[in-house]
Ligand binder design. Sequence first.
Ligand code: SME
Length: 146
Amino acid sequence: MNRDIKYLELYNQIKAVIDPEADDIANMANIAQLLSQTLDHHWTGFYRVVKKELVLGPFVGPVACTRIPFGKGVCGVAWETKHTQIVANVHKFHGHIACSPHSQSEIVVPCMRQGKVFAVLDIDSDALDTFDDLDARYLEDIVALL
Ligand code: SME
C-alpha cells in the first residue's frame, strides 16, 4: 500500500480512538499499539516529561530504559531542540542511548502543547535508514492529536 494512504488511514483510525478520551496516558497507549501493529517496527512508544527527565510511558516492544535526561540521547535532543530527530544509523549518533541491541535507526517526534514539549514519541527500527520526512510529517500530525 502507498505510504501516504497507509498513514492517512492510520491518522483517521487514531483520531477516532483518542477523540473521546482526554487522558494522555490512555491515548498514548492506544497510539503506540496502533502505530506498532500498522508500521511494525522494533519498538514504538512514548517518554513523558516529568520534572527534569523523560520517563518511560506507554510502549510496545522490548523492555526499555526508564529515564532520559534533558538533551541526552536522541529523545533528549528532540526534547531540547523541539524538532523531530531522524537518525539513519544510531551507531553514528553521538550520545545515542542503546536500550536494545537490535535498534539500527530511529525517529523521535516531540509532542508539544503551548510551545512546550510534554512528551516524545520514539520509534526504533531494526534496519538502517528506515525513516524519512514523510514519516516525520505524518507522525507530527498524529502526536498533535494528543
Ligand atoms: N534510543 C533512545 C532511547 C530510548 S530507546 O530507543 C526505547 C535515545 O537515544 O534517546
